[in-house]
Design a binder for this molecule. Structure first.
Ligand code: ADP
Ligand code: MG
Length: 246
């Protein structure tokens, strides 16, 4: 189980997350939806502690880190928790001077200390999973955006994280290329990969998520199944936002 409890996040005087508590059950997919600036990226970055919560608790599996305005867990604990997560960004962020396989191998070799041989075997397995077995030795510049994002997904999965965090994974892609990425994430969802996705992509949310969370102005407004949130929202604010996605 992955859980956030009573998370507050301030940047200077401005509080951008207000008392967010959410459970992300193992083996399930959660889609975070909400207007630009509502706090989706900050929330994702709080799960892997790229942002330090001002206060609250972050739990992943057996690791539980408690933050208060006056005390923070030590760096080793933070890195330990972060290593249980994988992150995919809107803009792919591949290393341009590494091939597809080398991008996937990088963290295994430099962070986990795997041999290059072992890391390459794992990289080829993962590239096969994202349908890129034949592009292992291509440079990022030789790949389409959809292919680059699939390499980024393989890279994030390489160390077998407990949760895959995706920040608008299809937003930078043309519809056709976005579809390849939706297909790959849907297949991962069917296999039981635990994922949290921030997205404006209705098809992605509907194809993958068991849980949809609507966030507005840094607070959770409504949580439900895709059918509940998309077809029968309880809050007027949710209904208005859903209209804008269609
Ligand atoms: P979303 O991903 O939903 O568009 P964000 O999490 O990026 O929203 O942003 C939420 C709010 O936090 C916005 O008002 C944004 O300007 C603010 N914010 C995000 N990151 C920072 C930062 N590093 N410093 C100051 N304000 C930030
Ligand atoms: Mg964002």
């Amino acid at each position: 189980m992955i859980a956030l409890k009573h998370i507050h996040k301030r940047f200077g005087a401005v509080e951008v997350l207000h008392d967010v508590s959410l459970n992300f059950p193992e083996g399930s997919v959660t889609a975070l939806i909400g207007p630009s600036g509502s706090g989706k990226s900050t929330l994702l970055r709080t799960i892997n502690l790229l942002e330090t919560p001002t206060s609250g608790t972050v739990e992943i599996g057996d690791s539980k880190l408690v933050f208060t305005p006056t005390s923070k867990p030590d760096r080793t604990a933070v890195l330990g928790l972060r290593r249980q997560t994988g992150m995919v960004f809107q803009s792919f962020q591949l290393f341009p001077h590494r091939t597809a396989a080398e991008n996937v191998m990088e963290g295994l070799v430099t962070v986990l200390g795997w041999s290059k041989e072992r890391a390459r075997i794992r990289a080829l397995e993962l590239l096969d999973k994202v349908d890129l077995a034949d592009r292992a030795d291509a440079w990022p510049s030789e790949l389409s955006g959809g292919q680059q994002q699939r390499v980024a997904i393989a890279r994030a999965l390489a160390p077998s994280p407990k949760v895959l965090l995706c920040d608008e994974p299809t937003s930078a892609l043309d519809p056709e290329l976005a579809e390849e990425v939706v297909d790959v994430l849907s297949a991962l969802a069917r296999e039981g990969t635990t994922m949290v996705l921030a997205t404006h992509d209705l098809r992605l949310a509907q194809n993958t998520a068991q849980q949809v969370v609507f966030i507005d102005a840094g607070a959770v407004v409504e949580t439900g199944t895709p059918a509940e949130i998309f077809a029968n929202p309880q809050q007027a604010r949710t209904a208005r936002f859903i209209q804008t996605l269609r």
